[in-house]
Write a protein that binds this ligand. Sequence first.
Ligand SMILES: [Zn+2]
Length: 327
Amino acid sequence: MRYIVGVDIGGTNIVVGTVAEDGSVVHGVRSVPTQSEEGPQAVLGRIARQVQSSIAEAERSAGVTRGMIVGVGIGSPGPLDREKGLVLLTPNLGWTNLPLRDLVSEAVGLPATLDNDANCAIYGEWWVGAARGARYVVGLTIGTGIGGGIVIDGQIYHGTSDVAGEFGHTTIDSTGRLCKCGNYGCLEAYASGPAIAARAAEGIAAGVATRLPELVGGDLSKITAQTVYEAAQANDDFALEVVRDTAKFLGAGIGNLVNIFNPDVVVISGGVTLAGDRLFVPLRAEVQRRAFKPAVERCRIVPGDLPGTAGVVGAVATFKNQMWGDI
Ligand SMILES: [Zn+2]
């Protein structure tokens, strides 16, 4: 058995794991804060140390030897240039034209590949997760932002300049909220983690009755999407309304995707899946109201199966695909 190290670089954390080439097992999972404010060199150093540390644990705990490790698959926020291995621009990390693939490869002494982080997460779910074996897959990763990916016949669809799948920056309200990307009314401006928290805080400022302020000791700046789910779990009416509104916004965005792609599966991963059926039941109903019936009837809308490791496992799948041409 050969092994490949997967690296998932996020705005908040870097997650690393040593994955068997058939995707069956992940050894030595590491998660450390990205701390991108320290600059790319510091982040590269952290990536290299976590890769070595993950391999070392795989050696200790699973009898993996150095010679079995054949490469590193990297998932990074983009936009990026896969062919050149460049991260062109990442507002969240502050990187511009960074030759990430080759820098990591040199630092760890292994061949490396690069792809978009959301593409990796969706590819991981297609390879060994909730969308396993499906022919047409679209996916969304919902956290600090909303990323997306498209898998067709086992291949990630990248588009002509590696931008395809940016579902978070598709418009659901043409005169709506200003998004970080500069456009108005993007799905991300309504349904990302920070957007969910912002909508909750706005309701509180407008005087709705809710226990949310109690949960954060009165400090409204501490409200997160997770706080909203916890309050919804405790049947707080306003928190339930915020979750239902989130389902409506996501349902509008996903209804568009269902009509465009007619997929077998829409897989949703990230923190938002913690809301469970309180989100998924009204979300599916909203998609049903908006998209064509023959498309909705054949489409499963499901949470991801690989919480925390989809990006790592998928980065390994993209390594296999880029280096060997198959999975
Ligand atoms: Zn946007």
